[in-house]
Design a protein around this ligand. Structure first.
Ligand code: PSZ
Length: 494
């Protein structure tokens, strides 16, 4: 059942004008896919081997989220190979967390040449870092820092990054309240150990409806995408503002969308003033550049700049959660670079493709004392070393250019499909290959995702209605065309 790559396929023809533009990237000819040239399905998914393994795992834990088991040894480049030997083109990239595809030689080389010592002896980086640590952070993280951000803290996952960035923002908020880094009062010290004020101050974080910022206790209070994430868990009573519900394509609904964003910003401002009046000031507003788990919702640069302005007015931090959007998928290293803000954000958090969780921050947000943002490992040297190889490969192969080019092919193709199948799909949108298209209801979305999987194309759902695409940065126009053709077939068969 191999899906062969036809040079003159429907979608290759469609995207020819785009492909005629000068290639902006150099390394495209060197395929990372090894011998795989297309999906190759032997069973339906999950196949018998996956089902057997699922039974084993279910005895040990609640593994109901597992789709199928993967043979990571056989997976290569853009292709995922499952336990039954099915070869799938991966447009989901482990929930958007695979930068260079599977088994990339540059990563393997870096691990064998540089990584063994701290893999064998995992260091507590906050106390006993390896000799090359500052250089490793420089190469992997500061070399790609968002403009104006000069410092970085590494942690574990995305939730952990956001949770610690909240803490850093609270500490700096209180420093500013005290009028600089002056010593807290005896009363503050005495009360803090037992969760009481004034040592544990009443502060809040503003988040947005539909947001996803993680599943730990504070971040979960800022997550509002699915009720199942939150049910039965105590939550902090923090404010939540509406995220703009825009109409797509954005360039056809400029006036309506502007009005919608204006309305949302008015509510944001309301939240700030009410929280201040109620004695629980907002110390931070956290926002995703594209609401990802919430269904790939976009907003304009003007909206984000407006939010930054309000944060500044109230002395709060402006925190951009780039856990899912960061590291190149939108065609920018950081999605928020596209906004061209007049000044940097105060915090930019990351994880997923970056291999480790963490956050960039401006030097004004540095804590004065050590041990305030801290844990045993504070990151993972080994993962940061791997990130160095990834960043190097991104530069060497100009992968951001490739993402932009492939993204144009993918989005143009999705828009064409929307025109051809309006009763099934609509509102194609995206930045780079970070694309999505909506179905009219969840049942249709789930059915289409399942049928695509059985044709050998792994995509993801997001929110209620969207099919989302999060391929690796090594995803090329030819892969996009292959998918678009299969998607057209699936849509025609409904
Ligand atoms: O079901 C889940 O827990 C999922 S599925 C996708 C995610 C989580 N994304 C994680 C995520 C994110 O998309 C944004 C914008 N911010 C924070 C997080 C949390 O990252 P992790 O999962 O590493 O804790």
């Amino acid at each position: 059942m191999a899906v062969r790559l036809l040079n003159m396929s429907r979608f290759a023809r469609l995207s020819r004008p785009l492909l005629r533009t000068t290639r902006q990237y150099s390394g495209a000819a060197a395929s990372v896919d090894g011998s795989y040239t297309g999906p190759d399905m032997k069973t339906t998914v999950p196949g018998p081997k996956s089902k057997e393994l699922f039974g084993d795992l279910m005895k040990i834990q609640q593994a109901g989220g597992v789709q199928y088991f993967v043979d990571y040894n056989k997976s290569q480049g853009n292709y995922l190979v499952d336990a039954d030997g099915n070869v799938l083109l991966d447009l989901f990239g482990q929930v958007g967390s695979i930068p260079l595809g599977y088994n990339h030689p540059a990563i393997k080389e870096r691990i064998t040449s540089q990584g063994i010592d701290t893999l064998v002896n995992r260091p507590a980086l906050g106390c006993f870092p390896p000799t090359d640590y500052a250089q490793t952070l420089q190469d992997a993280l500061l070399s790609v820092a968002p403009k104006g951000m000069s410092e970085v803290m590494t942690l574990m996952c995305g939730s952990c990054a956001n949770e610690n960035a909240f803490k850093a923002s609270f500490i700096s908020f209180m420093d500013r309240q005290r009028g600089g880094p002056v010593n807290p009062s005896a009363e503050e010290y005495a009360s803090a150990l037992y969760n009481k004020g004034p040592g544990c101050p009443k502060l809040s974080v503003l988040s947005f409806k539909g947001a996803f910022h993680g599943r730990l206790l504070a971040t979960l209070s800022c997550t509002h995408s699915k009720v199942i994430h939150k049910l039965d868990i105590p939550a902090l009573d923090w404010p939540c503002a509406p995220f703009p519900q825009l109409k797509y394509p954005l360039d056809q609904f400029v006036r309506e969308n502007q009005q919608e964003e204006k309305k949302c910003l008015e509510e944001v401002e309301d939240n700030f003033s009410t929280s201040q009046k109620n004695g629980v000031p907002i110390a931070t507003a956290i926002i995703e550049p594209i609401q990802a788990e919430g269904g790939d919702k976009h907003a304009s640069p003007e909206f984000f700049e407006g939010l930054q302005t309000i944060c500044k007015k109230y002395g709060a931090s402006f925190m951009v959660d780039e856990v899912q959007t960061g590291c190149g998928g939108t065609g920018y290293m950081w999605a928020h670079e596209a906004w061209d803000l007049p000044e940097p954000a105060d915090f930019v958090t990351f994880a997923k493709k970056m291999q480790i969780g963490g956050f960039y921050y401006t030097s004004e947000r540095r804590t004065n004392e050590a041990f305030r943002i801290f844990n045993t490992y504070v990151g993972d040297h080994m993962r940061t070393v791997v990130l160095g190889a990834i960043v190097n490969e991104m530069t060497k192969r100009q992968l951001l250019g490739q993402v932009k080019e492939t993204g144009e092919v993918l989005l143009t193709g999705l828009q064409k499909l929307e025109g051809m199948h309006p009763s099934l799909v609509h509102s194609a949108r995206g930045a780079g290959t970070f694309c999505a298209i909506d179905c009219h209801d969840s049942a249709t979305r789930d059915k289409l995702v399942g049928q695509l999987k059985n044709k050998g194309f792994q995509v993801g759902g997001s929110g209620e209605l969207a099919i989302r695409f999060r391929p690796a940065l090594v995803f090329e126009p030819r892969h996009a065309n292959m998918f678009l053709e299969a998607f057209d077939d699936v849509l025609k068969s409904q």
